[in-house]
Write a protein that binds this ligand. Structure first.
Ligand SMILES: NC(=O)c1ccc[n+]([C@@H]2O[C@H](COP(=O)([O-])OP(=O)(O)OC[C@H]3O[C@@H](n4cnc5c(N)ncnc54)[C@H](OP(=O)(O)O)[C@@H]3O)[C@@H](O)[C@H]2O)c1
Length: 250
């Protein structure tokens, strides 16, 4: 495909009310796709719809609910499915986590990926569809202040790869891709993490941000996902995402 072959099948984005998901929904909309934006905050979804000129379908729902996954996949049969929704972890060292806090990202992020991926394979989505899951650079580097977050994100990378294998074995033609973005203070979740690591290092968040180097913005993430979906140049697999762009994850 060339860059003129923009996605025209429906794109469904979870966690589209703010942060990366909002950037992804906006970029896919700009690329010409009918977009379905899913999140729990109705006001933020409505403001995104207004921002995009009213041509956005919004669904107020919990993306980790298996009934929501089954219903929306059947209703919209997206050609592009972006499983971006993620819970902010409790930013504390391991001994200050409860089991419930530690497992938050398993209950939300992993559960979401599991339900939607399963539905995508079972329906199945059409050949040529792309499923993008949001893992994290933490899946490789670890994240000692966020409980089970890094392990949950590593599991998302694993199950995305397992699904790719099942798609190949059954000849479904669904491309499964996981993204591992670098930590950035540009979103609510990222700014909480940067503040916690800055505090641990005994510096302020601005200085810690400088040590991290250039940070991804929601626009950067949106453009990267739109390019990944539209250009067809990226095979199934896992990709690191930094302000320099996408690169195959080791
Ligand atoms: N920021 C970073 O540095 C970074 C780095 C690597 C990976 N990531 C990952 O990227 C994804 C987006 O993060 P972000 O930084 O953009 O975070 P954010 O600004 O906190 O946004 C999170 C989004 O997820 C939605 N969400 C959370 N739980 C949900 C649920 N149960 N059902 C539906 N929507 C839900 C939120 O919407 P509602 O509250 O309206 O439901 C919101 O739109 C997450 O998976 C995160 O782990 C972030």
């Amino acid at each position: 495909m060339t860059s003129s072959d923009q996605p025209t099948s429906t794109a469904l984005v979870t966690g589209a009310s703010r942060g990366f998901g909002r950037g992804i929904a906006s970029a896919l909309h700009a690329a010409g796709a009918p977009v379905v934006a899913v999140a729990r905050n109705a006001e933020l979804l409505a403001s995104l719809r207004d921002e995009l000129g009213g041509t956005l379908t919004t669904v107020v729902a919990d993306a980790a609910d298996p009934v929501v996954a089954g219903r929306l996949i059947e209703q919209y049969r997206p050609g592009t499915l972006v499983l971006n929704a993620g819970a902010p972890p409790l930013m504390r060292p391991i001994q200050h986590q409860s089991w419930q806090a530690f497992s938050r990202n398993w209950d939300i992020d992993v559960q979401q990926a599991f339900h939607w991926i399963r539905e995508a394979l079972l329906l199945p989505l059409s050949p040529g569809s792309t499923v993008v899951t949001m893992s994290s650079g933490a899946a490789v580097a670890g994240s000692p202040l966020s409980g089970g977050y890094a392990g949950a994100k590593a599991t998302i990378r694993f199950i995305t790869a397992y699904a790719g294998e099942e798609s190949d074995r059954a000849g479904l033609g669904i491309r499964f891709v996981s993204l591992l973005p670098k930590l950035t203070p540009a979103t609510e979740l990222g700014s909480m993490a940067v503040a916690a690591y800055a505090d641990r290092a005994g510096v302020d968040a601005a200085e810690f941000g400088e040590r991290l180097g250039p940070g991804l913005t929601p626009d950067d993430v949106g453009k990267a996902v739109a390019e990944l979906v539209g250009s067809g140049e990226h095979a199934a697999g896992a990709y690191m995402l930094t302000p320099a762009g996408l690169s195959v994850a080791g």
